[in-house]
Design a protein around this ligand. Structure first.
Ligand SMILES: [Zn+2]
Length: 73
């Protein structure tokens, strides 16, 4: 499912593919390259906050670690 998200920085609409109606995670604007952590609930963007490249990297590493543990189960 494709979800339209309006960039809070430049107001340009972008799309992102979502598996579920609820999502919390990184979104990068294709236009201004701004990074956000967005929270979507029931298909609505309810909150967002700016995210730095460093934080994004940390989140991705954390997710990889969690996936690793899941596989071991
Ligand atoms: Zn933007």
């Amino acid at each position: 499912m494709l979800k339209k998200i309006k960039c809070p920085a430049c107001q340009v609409e972008g799309t992102m593919s979502l598996v579920e109606l609820d999502y919390i995670g990184p979104y990068r604007c294709w236009k201004c390259r701004a990074l956000f952590t967005v929270e979507i609930k029931n298909d609505e963007l309810v909150s967002y906050k700016y995210l730095s490249e460093e934080e994004l990297k940390k989140q991705q590493e954390l997710r990889e670690t969690q996936n690793k543990y899941k596989k071991d189960d």
